[in-house]
Structure formats: structure tokens, C-alpha cells
Unconditional design. Structure first.
Length: 97
């Protein structure tokens, strides 16, 4: 009975997948903004590979699976959105003003 009550409590307090929120790290670029959601980055490196001006690099801290996540040199970012397009886990958001 006690176990059932505990499960019930967890079921009502744990956020659903839709309610879960992630914290973004946002950088201003010359034409908009570049945001990484570290909790979603799996460290695949596709964005680094595809960036035409090579401004994405590995950060020293970790992302979703304990792998290094990425960061950006926002001054050099041309806000082309290529990285966000290729990211398989929607860990990047690039907004053009
Ligand atoms: S928006 Fe374009 S220039 Fe900026 S980091 Fe992404 S791929 Fe590189
Ligand atoms: S493509 Fe997405 S998941 Fe892969 S390293 Fe870049 S931000 Fe992380």
C-alpha cells in the first residue's frame, strides 16, 4: 500500500515530457541570436562539422550523455542557421532578427 502511494505521488508530481523545460545558453550574434540547450546536446559534432565559418567548438562542460557539449564564438557567427538545421536533437536554436 505504501509503495502504491509513493508511485501515485511520483505520477502526479513528475513533469510530463511536454512540461519538461530546458535551460538555454544564449549568445547575441551580428544578425540575431544563437542558443544551445546543453541538456539536449549529445556531443555528436555535426554542428561543428557543418558550420561554414568554423565558430562552433567543444565546451569543457558536459551535455546530455556526459559527453562534451558545444559552444560558439558568437562574434564570428553569420547566423546562417545551418547548425540548427543539422542538429539531430534540436539542441540549437538560431534566430535571425
Ligand atoms: S548559425 Fe551558421 S555561422 Fe552561426 S554557428 Fe551556426 S552554422 Fe555557424
Ligand atoms: S549537432 Fe546538436 S547534438 Fe550534435 S554536437 Fe551539435 S548541438 Fe550537440
Amino acid at each position: 500500500m505504501a509503495t502504491e502511494n509513493k508511485l501515485q505521488e511520483l505520477a502526479t508530481t513528475a513533469p510530463s515530457a511536454q512540461e519538461q523545460r530546458f535551460t538555454g545558453e544564449r549568445w547575441l550574434t551580428a544578425r540575431g541570436s544563437w542558443t544551445i540547450f546543453p541538456q539536449l546536446c549529445k556531443g555528436c559534432g555535426l554542428c561543428i562539422e557543418r558550420c561554414p565559418v568554423a565558430v562552433i567548438s567543444w565546451a569543457s562542460d558536459f551535455g546530455a550523455y556526459g559527453t562534451n557539449r558545444v559552444t560558439v564564438d558568437a562574434d564570428g557567427c553569420v547566423t546562417c542557421r545551418t547548425c540548427a538545421y543539422y542538429c539531430p536533437d534540436a539542441a540549437l536554436s538560431v534566430v535571425v532578427n
